[in-house]
Ligand binder design. Structure first.
Ligand code: LFR
Length: 489
């Protein structure tokens, strides 16, 4: 059975062809393309039509291989969206969630709807770029697109709409808007109304695995392909990544490791108590009505931006080179809290790291190796904190940590993570989101009975590397100091 997964990340997109025979999964990347954000007029956008063009190229690549899929599905990063007008046209280019227009908006929204109310209605963590604050920012700016808007679609919904002509939202991604009420099982009409947003913009919400239409005739004609069926995967990439965690049962802990690090556990019910609110955990919707009780950690973003900064200055380093430099630098010298608000916006990171060090009375890193060591050790230490909080909130103990996603290619990070948490790390698969996307398509096609059968096939088809913890005493001591420095209780 052949399925085609599109996985769009914050810096590149891929089309992967998945073949399933018996319980054996094979994936082949057939198309990869950059997804560079575009700055224009002081704003930061996604190049949505270019992404749609690349999606078509992926279909052509499958056709030229003689491997047309039975179904296809798209997953991407969360929270971003487009608005459609009366005749279904896209009204404006979608903003990038790291655009500055949401600065300070979250706090202003709390004056209308208090923070605790928003959490009680949605169970979603407070991130300044959540859809709710993006829409509030457009509203405050009297953006003309709001006057003409008829439909709201998130990025994968929008691309799926271009392909099929059918408009529908998808559950896993819808929850990330912070406008969806998991207890009511629908968009939160009251919350929308209180913010002056229109309930009617928000349409039907499909569950991951539901069929979502077929390629429309104009697309079939343009590409010379049949009317392939389109499935709603867990369209939030993190949702798809968690589908692909090769665990045999619950409970399990995961870290989806890419530009962001998403750490948590899969639960059957959202955890919406006071403690979850205080720790700013989230409950994003998943496959089969599950939830991802997790926390966003800034992740490899800081390293990616640091590398970009050095490149701009004419010093080009590959990631493996940077990791090697970090390994050769002295241990436990200086740390940052990766989730400090200073590290969210795009741009040069080394001045912000220096500034953080000055604020916290530390000697700033000097060499590239020291900077990278600082970033990676800080991530590993933050992972330990978030894992402990996940255990506390879910009242579970984890024997180890599943790491999935491209970040596991950074084997030093996997090693340090195991040492920091004092538990084994099981790393794999690296193509987490794409494989989870494919798995949901195969469940929809009837090839897997359920998610556990899919996870067993994933466990049998892809290598998983185990990293055992080392130097326990030194990491424990470091963790104590890190918590104090980062003000983590
Ligand atoms: C990861 C991710 C995170 C989300 C962030 C922004 O790619 O989807 O889960 O918080 O991107 O959308």
């Amino acid at each position: 059975m052949i399925a085609l997964a599109y996985d769009l990340g914050a810096s590149s997109g891929r089309a992967l062809l998945g073949r399933l025979s018996g319980n054996r999964i094979e994936v082949e990347e057939i198309h990869r393309f950059p997804n560079d954000p575009v700055q224009a007029g002081g704003r930061l956008y996604w190049d949505i039509l270019r992404l749609y063009h690349e999606i078509k190229q992926g279909l052509l690549a499958a056709k030229h291989r003689g491997a047309l899929p039975q179904t296809l599905a798209i997953d991407s990063w969360a929270v971003d969206f487009g608005l459609l007008g009366r005749s279904g046209e896209l009204l404006a280019n979608p903003y990038h969630y790291r655009d500055a227009h949401t600065e300070g908006v979250m706090e202003r929204v709390f004056e209308t709807v208090p923070r605790a109310d928003i959490f009680a209605r949605t169970g979603i963590q407070f991130l300044p770029f959540n859809t709710i604050y993006q829409l509030a920012a457009l509203k405050a700016a009297r953006a003309p697109q709001l006057d003409a808007a008829e439909h709201f679609l998130m990025i994968p919904d929008l691309l799926r709409y271009f392909l099929t002509g059918e408009r529908a939202s998808e559950f896993s991604n819808a929850t990330t808007t912070q406008l969806y009420n998991p207890l009511a099982g629908d968009w939160d009409g009251e919350l929308l109304t209180r913010l002056g947003l229109e309930r009617r913009w928000f349409g039907k919400v499909l569950q991951p695995g539901e069929r979502a239409g077929r390629l429309q005739p104009s697309v079939c004609e343009e590409l010379g392909v049949p009317a392939i069926e389109v499935v709603a995967a867990a369209e939030h990439d993190t949702g798809s990544a968690v589908v692909a965690v090769p665990a045999r049962q619950r409970p399990f802990a995961y870290l989806s490791c890419g530009t962001w690090s998403l750490m948590g556990t899969e639960t059957e019910q959202p955890v919406m108590g006071e403690q979850a609110l205080a720790l700013n955990f989230t409950n994003e919707g998943g496959y089969g009505g599950t939830y991802r009780l997790l926390k966003n950690i800034m992740g490899l973003w800081i390293l990616q931006e640091t590398r970009r900064e050095w490149e701009k200055q004419g010093q080009s380093y590959g990631f493996p080179e940077l990791v090697a430099l970090a390994e050769q630098s002295p241990a436990f010298g200086v740390w940052i809290d990766p989730d400090d608000a200073a590290f969210l916006a795009p741009g040069d990171m080394t001045p912000r790291i220096r500034d953080y060090c000055a604020r916290t009375g530390q000697r700033a890193p000097q060499t590239p190796g020291e900077f990278v060591r600082c970033i990676m050790e800080s991530l590993a230490l933050k992972y330990r904190y978030v894992l402990e909080m996940t255990e506390r909130l879910s009242a579970q103990r984890f024997e180890g940590l599943h790491m999935v996603g491209g970040g596991i290619q950074n084997t030093l990070l996997c090693r340090w993570t195991a040492s920091a948490i004092g538990k084994p790390v099981w790393a794999g698969p690296a193509e987490g989101s794409a494989i989870g996307n494919l798995a949901v398509q195969w469940i929809a096609q009837g090839a897997f009975a359920d998610i556990w059968e899919a996870r067993a096939a994933i466990a049998d088809s892809f290598p998983v590397t185990t990293y055992e913890p080392r130097d326990g005493a030194a990491w424990n001591e470091a963790y104590g100091r890190f918590r104090e420095l980062a003000g983590l209780g």
